[in-house]
Design a protein around this ligand. Structure first.
Ligand SMILES: Nc1ncnc2c1ncn2[C@@H]1O[C@H](COP(=O)(O)OP(=O)(O)OP(=O)(O)O)[C@@H](O)[C@H]1O
Length: 252
């Protein structure tokens, strides 16, 4: 794999909680412009690994590189500015602001981090235009003026994606994007993830195997904190170790 193809790389990632090793010597390489899924049975260490990659937790040992730069120990805000953004749970949605206003706030947050500030009327108009484009991109135009609190659950997920996109991330980290969604929303969000991944990279923790099979180019399977298998769905799903790890877990 050519170096420039790898956007995110973890080497020897380890996390111990008071003597219990939740993530053990994990090596992970995510290729640019792919959708990479992190899967594994309950307690495999997915969430811990995800929190390490998004810098919500610090590793006991190991390094993380993003675009060739060592980002181990950087804050989630700092890595977001570098283009590595975690969606869901971080992209706070303001319940009483409209969908459009929520996206605008996210755009303002991004602008505040750049050289110029958003003072003039023209800049504000441009923000509104861009907000509406993003609202459209995630299929929320009919809901643009609705307070976020009134959005149906599955549509809130789309709004979270829009507020993440507002930060213009080069790479998005999604934590169980399908959790709690019905079939119709799952299809809608899956196709949204596919669309937004066209010019960016996505890493997601996801339990829904048909979504993982459908969307991912590469899968890393964790079990008991370690990498059990890696590769495309077709190979990984036939790997006897993976099948065995899932047997009896109810995850099938
Ligand atoms: N803060 C913590 N302190 C102690 N142990 C922890 C902590 N966080 C996670 N663990 C343990 O680490 C292991 C891995 O947990 P983790 O939540 O990362 O797994 P997971 O693969 O995300 O599981 P699930 O699919 O059930 O969410 C579990 O045994 C869990 O109990």
């Amino acid at each position: 794999m050519a170096e420039e193809e790898v956007i995110l790389e973890a080497t020897g990632l380890t996390k111990e909680f008071k003597g219990f090793v939740a993530v053990k010597n994990v090596d992970l390489r995510v290729r640019r412009h792919t959708i990479h899924a992190l899967i594994g049975p309950n307690g495999a260490g997915k969430t811990t690994c995800f929190n390490l990659l998004t810098h919500f937790l610090s590793p006991t040992s190991g390094r993380i590189h993003f675009n060739g730069r060592d980002i181990t120990g950087s804050s989630p805000a700092a890595i977001a500015r570098m283009g590595l953004v975690r969606s869901f749970q971080i992209s706070a949605v303001f319940p009483h602001l409209s969908v459009r206003e929520n996206v605008r706030v996210a755009l303002q947050r991004k602008l505040r981090n750049s050289f110029y500030f958003w003072r003039s009327e023209r800049v504000l108009d441009r923000l509104d235009e861009r907000a509406l484009e993003l609202v459209e991109a995630v299929g929320l135009t009919p809901f643009a003026e609705l307070p976020a609190v009134e959005l149906p659950y599955g549509r809130k997920r789309a709004l979270e994606i829009a507020t993440t996109l507002a930060l213009d991330p080069e790479m998005m980290l999604l934590d169980e994007p399908m959790a709690g969604l019905g079939q119709e929303d799952i299809q809608r969000i899956a196709s949204l993830i596919r669309t937004v991944s066209r010019n960016r990279t996505v890493l997601m923790v996801e339990h829904n195997m048909s979504v993982v099979a459908d969307l991912s180019n590469a899968i890393t399977v964790l079990a008991r904190g370690e990498v059990l298998a890696e590769g495309p769905y077709e190979t990984v799903s036939k790997n006897p170790l993976v099948v065995e790890a899932y047997v009896g877990t109810g995850h099938g």
